[in-house]
Design a protein around this ligand. Structure first.
Ligand SMILES: Cc1cc2nc3c(=O)[nH]c(=O)nc-3n(C[C@H](O)[C@H](O)[C@H](O)COP(=O)(O)O)c2cc1C
Length: 350
């Protein structure tokens, strides 16, 4: 087996290495990754998963996934269970310049599970071990796996993490929900703490970090080495900047309604030039989260989602956000009342 990377993190910008923008299908395309990376505080941006089917994927298509955002390291996620194709994909993506190649062991979607990949691999530890080992064989670069806590039972989470470590991964990301939970309930950070206490490789915590202060709390309650944020960064695109401010004892930005509108305009501009056909749908996916920052969010979301154009949607958002002071919007670094953050009330689990 090739040796894993010697130091962590092996990419530049170590001081902000511990913040990750999570992989999100249909959302974390190059334009959005770049938009987020332009702001302060982000260490690593992740692509959505690239499905490596039994027929493999052409090297050209794989290389095209490696689109860097200035100022952030890039993690490219692959999903599949065919040993040879996964190994080849790892080599191609790593040599095309990805800082990290990540294996998806968490996607709960039925169409994915039916194929025995994503979270379904949590049910087949031997296959999972073989896939990670085959990927390890083909790269000296940084290799990671992103797992859920289990398929329908989280009692095996530590064993899965140990197996991934033994197969040669350099770090592991943990979203502590089971496949059967989808996104229900609240992420149980105790599972992150338990895994961190049981493996020697770095552990990145993920799940229900809605406010910047949650990221610091997740680190102190679980001892994790890094924090990955998904939906929280769609709802609050300033969250990484706020985290950086908190870390340095500075006063975090308190975005206003006009800041939210400016963000919408930036999104609309990059999406309409990069993805003219899907722009409206992609914008709506993000507006669902932006609307969660105000107490009448469900009404606002319903209105916005009915819009036929990006301009119409802007008008709806303007009526609610224009001139709204920071205090009227739940985007403070220390959190408000609209979202339920992850929890780690007890430091150990049974
Ligand atoms: C729209 C959407 C798409 C996602 N796509 C992926 C994906 O491609 N790969 C992956 O590992 N996780 C994916 N996830 C899961 C997130 O990376 C993350 O684990 C999950 O949302 C929990 O973190 P959060 O509470 O910070 O959002 C997706 C989540 C969402 C909301």
């Amino acid at each position: 087996m090739r040796p894993p990377v010697a130091t962590f993190p092996p990419w530049p910008g170590a001081e902000k290495a511990w913040t990750f923008l999570a992989p999100m299908e249909g959302v974390t395309h190059p334009a959005f990754r770049e938009l987020i990376a332009r702001r302060a505080g982000i260490g690593v941006v992740c692509t959505e998963f690239v499905r490596i089917a039994a027929t493999g994927l052409g090297p050209k298509h794989l290389r095209e996934q490696v689109v860097r955002a200035p100022g952030a390291a890039l993690s490219v996620q692959v999903m599949g269970n065919h040993l040879q194709h996964m190994a080849e994909a790892t080599e191609i993506v790593a040599s095309a310049g990805a800082d990290i190649v990540d294996l998806n062991v968490g996607c709960p979607a039925p169409r994915v599970v039916r194929k025995g990949v994503g979270s379904a691999m949590l049910k087949d530890p031997e296959l999972l071990r073989s896939v990670v080992a085959a990927m390890r064989e083909r790269t000296r670069g940084c290799l990671s796996a992103k797992i859920r806590a289990g398929f329908d039972d989280s009692s095996g989470a530590v064993a899965i993490a140990r197996l991934i470590e033994a197969a040669g991964a350099d770090f592991i990301t943990v979203h502590p929900r089971r496949q059967t939970d989808f996104y229900r309930g609240v992420a149980d950070w105790r599972i992150i703490a338990a895994i961190k206490a049981s493996v020697s490789i770095p552990v990145i915590g993920n799940g229900d970090v809605w406010y910047a202060a949650d990221a610091l709390r997740m680190r102190s309650e679980t001892a994790c080495d890094g924090v990955m944020i998904g939906r929280g960064a769609l709802r609050n695109p300033w969250i990484f900047e706020q985290i950086e401010a908190l870390v340095h004892g500075a006063v975090p930005i308190r975005p206003s309604g006009d800041d939210v509108l400016a963000h919408y305009d930036e999104l609309a501009s990059v999406l309409s030039s990069g993805y003219p056909k899907n722009c409206l749908g992609m914008l709506k996916e993000q507006v669902r989260y932006l609307a969660r920052t105000v107490s009448d969010g469900p009404r606002l979301m319903r209105e916005a989602l009915r819009c036929a154009t990006a301009v119409e949607m802007r008008a709806v958002l303007t009526t609610r956000f224009a001139g709204e002071a920071g205090a009227g919007i739940d985007l403070g670094a220390h959190g408000g009342s609209l979202e339920q953050s992850g929890t780690c009330i007890f430091p150990t689990i049974e």
